[in-house]
Design a protein around this ligand. Structure first.
Ligand code: IPM
Ligand code: MG
Length: 374
């Protein structure tokens, strides 16, 4: 264990972002008290909140802060007023996409596990769901999201989005996915559309080449349309799914329906620059300010951050606290509509559990959170 202070950039963002972030930070505070790890939290603007104050969804000072940090925690970006007008050119999402690109976060890791207490809540049948445990490795800084765009105009009613990949961009993601498969159940599934798309055929070539170097891993190749169906019919068949930016975005929302709520899925984005941790869910503006948002995806993203920072003991405690809470049937209304447990109550419960002496796996010195924003 080291005593150094870790710099965390906190970007709460829009909609429910600030309230789920508050609960994530509460759990982080419990970790500092228990283990003596010290975090220096500094907040910055992103998304719609940043546009409102500065005109830009990713102000330079936000990027600078993230660049110099040990990790970035992000709530959510997006506001409905921007969705209703297709002619708007500055959008909250550009903040997040710009940050991913600037930090060269080329890989987004989205673990999908079902809590036993959620089996009955999912729209799928229990026999399909028991023990679902897979992870989506989504390419994050290239593909159709970042290819050249041509916007339609009154004089030219055509639009296009280029989907381009280099073999290096694919290689670095698939290499990580093979390593993950080796440390898990040894199964990798490349999801693509190689019967139609040239970029998908390149994904296959690169993956086939890497497969030869990883004999312990069984590799499957699945078209994305079939993968969407297979995820619903038999999600247990998957261990590690590796896929492009767009397909990963779509399939991870589908995966959230398997586990019962999108409010449960955390993610880690890693690459060349500072790693970023954020829930898979969006800003859910209709719920903002009502204390009904599910903070578990944010809290589990904090656990992924702790793991990344090498603080595995604390990460394990946070995950265990979430598991115990959900085992008791405690959850926000998206999880258990018959019970009323608000966002802040959930955060309080998990933080208490993490801080509990009986829960202690390791003993640390007193830590501190300074410059706390919330
Ligand atoms: C996600 C989100 C983002 C994406 C949006 C907010 C730009 O849906 O992280 O899954 O499409 O990547
Ligand atoms: Mg998405």
């Amino acid at each position: 264990m080291t005593d150094r202070i870790r710099e965390i950039a906190v970007l709460a963002g829009d909609g429910i972002g600030p309230e789920v972030m508050r609960q994530g930070l509460r759990v982080l505070q419990a970790v500092t008290e228990k283990y003596g790890y010290a975090f220096n939290l500094s907040s910055a603007l992103i998304g719609g909140a940043a546009i409102a104050k500065t005109g830009s969804p990713l102000p330079p000072e936000t990027l600078e802060l993230c660049d110099g940090a040990d990790a970035v925690l992000l709530g959510a970006v997006g506001l409905p007023e921007y969705d209703q007008d297709p002619n708007i050119t500055v959008r909250p999402e550009q903040g997040l996409l710009g940050l991913r690109k600037a930090l060269q976060l080329y890989l987004n890791i989205r673990p999908v596990t079902i809590f036993p207490s959620m089996v009955e809540q999912s729209v799928l049948k229990p026999q399909v769901l028991n023990d679902v445990d897979f992870v989506i490795y989504r390419e994050l800084s290239s593909g159709i999201y970042f290819g050249e765009k041509h916007e339609a105009s009154e004089t030219s009613p055509n639009a296009s989005d280029l989907c381009a990949y280099t073999s290096e961009e694919i290689h670095r993601v698939v290499t990580r996915a093979f390593a993950a498969a080796e440390s898990r159940r040894g199964q990798l599934c490349l999801v693509d559309k190689a019967n139609v798309l040239a970029t998908s055929r390149l994904w296959r070539q690169v993956t086939m080449r890497l497969a030869a170097d990883h004999p312990a891993v069984t590799v499957d190749y699945m078209y994305v349309d079939n993968a969407a169906m297979q995820l619903v019919l038999n999600p247990r068949q998957f261990d590690v799914i590796v896929t492009s930016n767009m397909f990963g975005d779509i399939l991870s929302d589908l995966a959230s329906a398997i586990v019962g709520s999108i409010g449960l899925l955390p993610s880690a984005s890693i690459g060349t620059g500072t790693a970023l941790f954020e829930p898979v869910h969006g800003s859910y503006p209709q719920a903002a300010g009502k204390d009904i948002a599910n903070p578990l995806a944010m809290i589990l993203s904090v656990a992924m951050m702790l793991e990344h920072l090498g603080l595995s003991d604390a990460a394990a405690d946070v995950r265990e606290a979430v598991r115990r809470c959900t085992d008791k049937g405690i959850g926000t209304s998206d999880m258990h509509p018959e019970h009323e447990c608000g966002c802040s109550k959930m955060g309080e419960l998990i933080a208490h559990m993490v801080a509990d002496e009986d829960f202690r796996l390791n003993v640390g010195k007193k830590g501190a959170i300074s410059d706390t924003i919330i």
